[in-house]
Write a protein that binds this ligand. Structure first.
Ligand SMILES: *Cc1c(COP(=O)(O)O)cnc(C)c1O
Length: 416
């Protein structure tokens, strides 16, 4: 398990200024991680990570990532607007959406971003809503099951995304007839996997398909987009992904398949979870302790601040600050205050003896954490902080107030 980037004393002084609950992101950790990824793929001229904005849609974070060399992967109108607001546009943005509304294609076209088409019918739809650009990417869904060795890793046949192999051929020809000149190929087949052989296997499939499509249609393929999916070890005993191994194995596939074909492909990734996931923490205070048929620790955060445990039964490690060395003598459910029995950050979790007033740190909330938040029970979204390399905290999003929650309601002109 990664060690925390703050001590209990540091955290208490941050909490004195910014009340719990909040998410805090470790800038130094994120920067070092992006560097590791870029170094692992530096053999590929033009390699680029397009950060999946939905994982952590904060202008400060996006700007920081852009400065480290990342582009932005957007999939909605507001994500495109966020990228544009921080000065990221044109081919620094990948637009990988599905079931895309017309106004999103129009904004994507206005911004001149790289558009990744999810479906063959989107060719005509895009032609009518912004026009066919010179460079375009196609999203592939090979169907069936995705196997690594004998293990079923994913089930593309049941996934709503992407085009069939036949549709790719047809789509490329149609796009060429409509004026497209450069092509990319994309697929996202397995989510949150720590199996280091996923990316190399995906790369093999995409490299082969790009070479085939080139030979079949004459289309000029210039990039392959490996998308997201690299996982992180949420549990303490899980191993970390070996990004150097992954980079090297993708290189071997490249040399075996792409080099002899004469194509020159840039490799793009659209990682979200891998980039920021391990570097975010939900900080929450224990407000109640309850003993009935089970023992409960009640905290001041709830599933509205972090939905993954309630939604997927996901494991998030929990540290009781200041009690890191204490024996795990108690088994608790750690719960929030929603009127929903799945509002539990942990079920039957061995922890040190925990009391009201203790600060809990819930790990690995840096991706798909805050951003999946919601307002059920009228709960308000928390603040987000950035832990600077000098140990100070910068607020990058204020906490919602009741006024924010009420802002869109018709109150019949009655006073609150
Ligand atoms: C969600 C998503 C990603 C990022 O996925 P991670 O699991 O966070 O790496 C990338 N591309 C697309 C199209 C996505 O939908």
């Amino acid at each position: 398990m990664r060690s925390l980037p703050f001590t209990k004393d540091m955290l208490e002084s941050i909490v004195a200024k910014y009340p719990t609950p909040f998410h805090i992101y470790d800038e130094a950790g994120i920067r070092a991680n992006v560097k590791r990824l870029q170094e692992s793929f530096s053999w590929n001229e033009g390699f680029r990570e397009y950060f999946a904005v939905k994982a952590l849609p904060s202008p400060v974070i996006l700007r920081l990532l852009f400065e480290t060399g990342c582009g932005m992967d957007c999939s909605s109108l507001t994500e495109l607007m966020l990228a544009r607001a921080v000065g990221v546009t044109g081919h620094d943005v990948m637009f990988s959406s599905n079931d895309t509304p017309a106004n999103e294609f129009q904004l994507a076209s206005e911004m001149g971003v790289l558009i990744n088409l999810d479906d063959i019918t989107h060719i005509d739809f895009l032609a009518a809503n912004g026009g066919i650009p010179k460079t375009v990417c196609l999203r592939f869904n090979p169907g069936g099951e995705f196997l690594l060795g004998n293990t079923i890793m994913g089930n593309p046949g049941e996934a709503k995304y992407g085009m069939t192999r036949e549709q790719l051929s047809e789509g490329v020809k149609k796009l060429m007839a409509l004026g497209a000149e450069e092509f990319g190929l994309h697929a996202f087949l397995v989510s949150n996997t720590t199996d280091d052989d996923y990316y190399p296997a995906l790369a093999r499939k995409l490299f082969k398909t790009a070479v085939e499509l080139h030979e079949e249609t004459g289309a000029r393929f210039t990039f392959v987009n490996l998308s997201g999916g690299i996982g992180i070890p949420y549990r303490p005993y899980e191993k970390e992904t070996d990004i150097r191994y992954i980079g090297n194995e993708v290189k071997r596939e490249y040399e075996r398949i792409v080099t002899p074909s004469g194509l020159n492909l840039r490799i793009f990734t659209e990682l979200g979870r891998y980039i920021t996931g391990p570097f975010g923490y939900l900080v929450t205070r224990v407000i109640h302790k309850k003993e009935t048929h089970k023992k409960y620790i009640g905290v001041d955060a709830c599933a509205c601040n972090l939905m993954r445990p309630a939604m997927y039964g996901a494991y998030h490690h929990i540290t009781v600050m200041g009690k890191e060395q204490d024996p795990l003598t108690n088994v608790y459910d750690v719960v929030g205050s929603l009127c929903e029995n799945n509002d539990k950050f942990a079920v039957d979790r061995p922890l040190p003896r925990t009391e009201p007033g203790d600060l809990l740190v819930i790990h690995d909330t840096g991706a798909h954490g805050f951003s999946m938040g919601y307002n059920y029970n009228g709960k308000l979204r928390s603040a987000e902080l950035l832990l600077k390399p000098d140990g100070t905290a910068q607020m990058i999003r204020r906490a919602e107030t009741p006024q924010d929650y009420f802002a869109t309601l018709d109150f019949l002109n009655l006073p609150l």
